[in-house]
Design a protein around this ligand. Sequence first.
Ligand SMILES: Nc1ncnc2c1ncn2[C@@H]1O[C@H](COP(=O)(O)OP(=O)(O)OP(=O)(O)O)[C@@H](O)[C@H]1O
Length: 263
Amino acid sequence: MIIENSEVVLSVRNLTANVDGTPILKGVNLEVRSGEIHAIMGPNGSGKSTFSKVLAGHPAYEVTGGEVIFQGQNLLELEPEERARSGVFLAFQYPLEIPGVSNLDFLRVAYNSRRKAQGLEEIDAFDFDDLIEEKLDVVKMNASFLSRSLNEGFSGGEKKRNEILQMALLEPKLGILDETDSGLDIDALRIVANGVNQLASPENSTILITHYQRLLDYIVPDFVHVMAQGQIITSGGKELALELESRGYDWVLEEFAAAEVGV
Ligand SMILES: Nc1ncnc2c1ncn2[C@@H]1O[C@H](COP(=O)(O)OP(=O)(O)OP(=O)(O)O)[C@@H](O)[C@H]1O
């Protein structure tokens, strides 16, 4: 939802990053305001997941230049857990399995850690049970998943749903969803999209990384960006996703290349 004069939540300027010494991000620029939903599309290997992991503070990615300001704070100076506590949430493309850690315990610790960072009191197990019950409903998830080890043996779609459950609980200021639609059946896609829509508010913002226009039928973005070769090479409204669906990426890449050489 575009709200005039709303606060800039995330400002990314000329961000560059390497993986194992190889430059992957080559000058990313993006501004996200409160209440907005941004979709990032783009060919395979263009740097979309790298961008999301750099924002979350993944240690394998080395930032080599540029800046990322999140709510007035230099995000790049914060440890990954500090970023999470300050309200950045990344739903992974491939959620990790953690055997031996129950989903419920994980969620409670994560939730209380976020509350602590907000200067709020931790909540006890009983109150947490009530809260989680309510959040399970957002993603129509069965309570039996809570007693299982985190993501262990979960199907691909169940893992994605569990990521949205975490997001519903943590209520981040900025949610980054990396291909949350991949591996979801048609009903699950709708449920997950409804969950994301229910959580969207003028106070938070979402970045959706997706390959498919169909997700954007359910979660309508305010802006669509195309990432290629480690940069955002063009941006538009939701109609850009439809155009990409019918025309592919070549024309955007050609226009970008022509602009680069000044044709
Ligand atoms: N450790 C590594 N060493 C060298 N290159 C790497 C390494 N990790 C990732 N890359 C490369 O970085 C590029 C960007 O990868 P990334 O996962 O960010 O792309 P993506 O746009 O999310 O792709 P997809 O749409 O396929 O998920 C790819 O070419 C990938 O091979």
